[in-house]
Ligand binder design. Structure first.
Ligand code: KG4
Ligand code: ZN
Length: 345
């Protein structure tokens, strides 16, 4: 057994992680990849709301202002001194380059000053590991539907946590499409959760929206749906008809969820796997969670939904994803950079 694995087996491993890929500054301490000792998140929503979306420069500046305070807060919550953590983990991509660089530079500084290992984590892998925090005994293989503001992927995750790409969006991500639809309805930023809330009171059969024509059987496409939705809203406005916002939100949400779940069900069928794991900010969508439960129950599939608080960006998921890398001795060097387009496969 390698030295670090022997050490890991004999003592509790506490990983301090920082996450700054988009508009949340986050710092967490997680023990043995499972037990959250602290999970501090500062959401920049108020700073970006006036602009209707994330302004990269504002995001980077806010990360710089908050990251140290959040780290101190997380350590206090965990009851640990900085010197007591075993490794420093950081999201190195994908995301906004300026925002990522803040976390990467900060984590490198900590690792150098403390002489602790540095662990680089892919943000998407972090989202998947949010499930390991929610279900400590979750065991691969499984199909994972990753749905966030920037990604919509179907992955097969094998016994060694190797990822096989089954399909992905050919254009917009599901969260991005939800955010755009919400914006057209004047719901503001961040749109996804607002659209979800408004849709609860709407009639999802009030309007008909097109189904996309997709080439790959396990791929997604949301751009045509988004355009059809924008055209529908504008047509209603031009005709002077009442724009029934809740009905529109309900129809759009239904179209996105149906597409995501039919892809996920096909992926389970093709792979023969019997577990479905949801990950990413859109995994908080109430209809997606409810319909995934129904679809999986009908097919005898085990469904894993991350705790709502862990669906959005946070650093606990980054620390959880870093733990197996710690055990393997998979450490980053101090020349680690930020990789805005980093892929998972
Ligand atoms: O994973 P995440 O926090 O950040 C990225 O890595 O992109 O995902 C953010 C996305 C946004 O598009 C947001 O609108 C969407 O997740 N989202 C939701 C809900 N909560 C967050 N979309 C639909 N329904 C929700 N309840
Ligand atoms: Zn994310």
């Amino acid at each position: 057994m390698p030295e670090h694995e022997t050490a890991a087996a004999s003592k509790n491993v506490r990983i301090l992680a920082v996450e700054s890929s988009c508009d949340e500054t986050a710092c967490a301490v997680v023990e043995n990849g499972r037990r959250i000792l602290a999970n501090a998140v500062y959401s920049q929503i108020d700073l970006h709301a006036a602009y209707g979306g994330v302004v990269p420069e504002i995001a980077s500046r806010a990360h710089i202002e908050k990251i140290d305070v959040l780290t101190a807060h997380a350590l206090a919550q965990a009851g640990l001194a900085l010197a007591e953590v075993d490794a420093i983990a950081v999201t190195c991509g994908p995301g906004l380059v300026g925002a990522l660089l803040v976390g990467v530079a900060y984590a490198k500084g900590l690792a150098l000053a403390l002489n602790k290992p540095l662990i680089a984590v892919n943000h998407i892998e972090g989202h998947i590991y949010a499930n390991v925090l929610t279900y400590p005994h979750l065991a691969p293989p499984f199909v994972c539907l990753v749905v966030s503001g920037g990604h919509s992927h179907l992955l097969a995750v094998d016994e060694r946590y190797q990822y096989i790409l089954l399909g992905c969006t050919q254009d917009d991500a599901a969260g991005e499409a939800m955010d755009k639809a919400a914006r057209v309805l004047g719901l503001g930023y961040p749109g996804g959760p607002k659209l979800d809330a408004l849709a609860q009171q709407g009639d999802e059969r009030a309007y008909s929206l097109p189904k996309p024509k997709i080439e790959g059987p396990l791929d997604f496409s949301f751009s045509g749906l988004k355009t059809a939705f924008i055209n529908l809203v504008h047509t209603l406005q031009q005709r002077g008809e009442t724009v029934k916002q809740a009905d529109l939100a309900a129809c759009f949400r239904r179209a996105v969820v149906d597409q995501l779940l039919s892809g996920a069900m096909r992926a389970l069928q093709v792979t023969g796997l019997t577990k479905l794991v949801l990950a990413g900010g859109v995994a908080a969508n109430s209809l997606l969670r409810q319909e995934a439960q129904k679809a999986c129950a009908a097919r005898g599939i085990d469904l894993y939904l991350p705790e709502i608080a862990l669906c959005g960006d946070n650093a606990a998921m980054i620390a959880a994803a870093a733990y197996p890398k710690y055990l393997r001795g998979d450490f980053a060097q101090l020349d680690l950079n930020a990789y805005p387009s980093l892929r998972i496969v």
